[in-house]
Design a binder for this molecule. Sequence first.
Ligand SMILES: [Mg+2]
Length: 320
Amino acid sequence: MKLLGLRLHHLEIPLVSPFTTSFMTQTHKRCFLVEAQLETDAGDVITGWGENVALDRPYYSAEYLDGSADVVERWIAPLLFDMEHLTAETVFHHLRKVIGNPMAKASVEMAILDAQLRAENRSFASYLGAVSSTVPSGVSVGIQDSVTETLGVIGGYLEQGYARIKLKIQPGADIAHVAAVRREFGDDLLFQVDANAAYTLVDAAHLRRLDDYGLLLIEQPLGEGRHPSARAARRSDDHADLSGRIDRVGRGRRRCDLSGGDIGDQHQARPRRRLSRGEAHPRPRAGARHRRLVRRHARDRHRKGRECRTRRSPRLHAPR
Ligand SMILES: [Mg+2]
């Protein structure tokens, strides 16, 4: 297929009720749809649709809606317009130069896949190899002002037939709400919580109290980059979702073997000379690293024959 055109449609849809998580309250859903026009090898022009799911502010992830649209328009589209034999399966490969921005990439990939399946007159379910035409559906319940309201909202969803409840939690709206839900709806309820990075490792003992309520999992208790040590991970009997914010797997400093619940550091300390008794620990000279960088830049400038400048940014101070 050949990509002929991309158009972004920006939408703002009112929610049925305000949705509160630990970092924001949403009353409207802003998003954009990607409309992709592709020409098949047979010469037919097919339109496919994708949805961008980034939030409108960078509170949940570094990627946010307007930034995601900018990446699609300025960087993703030109790369894909250059491709002669484009398929949904090769989009990710063609976009390998663009670092991060998974939601921008996914929205375009989704639109191209939609067009590809329409051209083949094939359903998305058959493409995924689905074996059932229905699945039990769960619902995500925002943070409510009181335990009574939490019970009321969850009761309403269960009456509508939802099979699994995910309750958003934050400090001050966690243990009491979870305990009340278990008491009210019993131990058979498929029940999990999502903290959206509202806690730190200081709260480990507090979070451990959630173990008493038979949760399916505790989703994203910690913020991005705050991965717990193996010992902290084992402190919880429940399954804490540690994978949610471990980004750039394989590139980060830390390695996480989720199957064993083991998190270790890939970097090994460089072997050092053993100090003799009474010898002072050698301290790096002040400015040594900066001087080393300046020398390296000078060397590069000499090799490449290019103008290469170094500049130190001024030190910032907090306002008094
Ligand atoms: Mg979540």
